[in-house]
Design a protein around this ligand. Structure first.
Ligand code: CIR
Length: 254
């Protein structure tokens, strides 16, 4: 079970967030409304929520998942691969120190890691080696996880931004997978729920205490998740999709 959520209100500079999509710029007013609805959805999940203030200097700082990995035993401050995002670690560190006194680790140069590339399955952490997380960052991350009694392994990704862009672990052995991840040998021991290509964006969901929060507008995925017995909560993330963000990116859950 998760007890804590950390999120950050988007800054209006969000409209200049990094993107690989051709969906146009986000509408800030809508993005703000969608963020409010996302927080309201989390409020129904038996967690306490820390909402950090916006920081205009960092357009992508609403995506708090990337600068820190929060586990049940330690927090690991990452070193984002995107240079414009590197300063996001400093603006969240004080909050993390409060939740993890004496248990904060960090990734050092030349390693880079964005925690959107990390998926927890029980005591094991899959680390995506991506355009943002390099081999040295993954190596350091695994060493730090092992120091705290966890295990880790590397998954190479070719097409998507982050590991969790195309994967979501919903506990109980259930793994949502899209595109390049459906056939990866390292996940075949799990119950792979295939997300159809036209709904690939919906592979990015979050499990929060037996609820699954997912993006609105993906009916086939919704049905598949509901068929597994979860309570499904849909939230509209259209403005975040325009800058490659989804429901997992907008919170830390621990
Ligand atoms: C970026 O490119 O870094 C942001 N525009 C999107 C980050 C999404 N984060 C995530 O998947 N964990």
């Amino acid at each position: 079970m998760f007890k804590h959520i950390i999120a950050r209100t988007p800054a209006s500079s969000l409209v200049d967030g990094l993107t690989s999509s051709h969906l146009g710029k986000p509408d800030f007013a809508r993005a703000l409304e969608q963020h409010n609805a996302y927080i309201r959805a989390l409020q129904t999940c038996d967690v306490d929520i820390t909402l950090l203030p916006p920081d205009e200097r960092f357009p992508d700082s609403v995506f708090v998942e990337d600068p820190v990995l929060c586990t049940s035993r330690c927090a690991i401050i990452t070193r984002p691969g995107a240079e414009s995002r590197r300063g996001e670690t400093a603006i969240i560190e004080q909050t993390i120190q409060r939740f993890y006194p004496g248990k904060v680790e960090r990734i050092e140069a030349p390693g880079t890691v964005e925690a959107g590339d990390i998926m927890m399955v029980g005591e094991h952490f899959y680390i995506g080696e991506s355009a943002r997380t390099n081999a040295e960052g993954a190596r350091q991350m695994i060493a730090l996880l092992e120091k705290h009694g966890f295990t880790g392994s590397v998954v190479r990704l070719e097409k998507v931004l982050h590991l969790k862009t195309g994967l979501a672990y919903l506990e109980h052995g259930n793994l949502l997978a899209a595109g390049e991840f459906i056939s990866k040998p390292e996940f075949q021991h799990l119950n792979i729920v295939e997300i159809p290509e036209e709904e690939a964006y919906a592979a990015n969901c979050i499990w929060v205490n037996e609820r699954v929060i997912m993006p609105a507008g993906y009916p086939r995925t919704r049905q598949k998740i509901a068929d597994l017995g979860y309570r499904v909560i849909e939230v509209d993330t259209s403005e975040y999709r325009k800058i490659d963000g989804g429901v997992s990116c907008m919170s830390l859950r621990f």
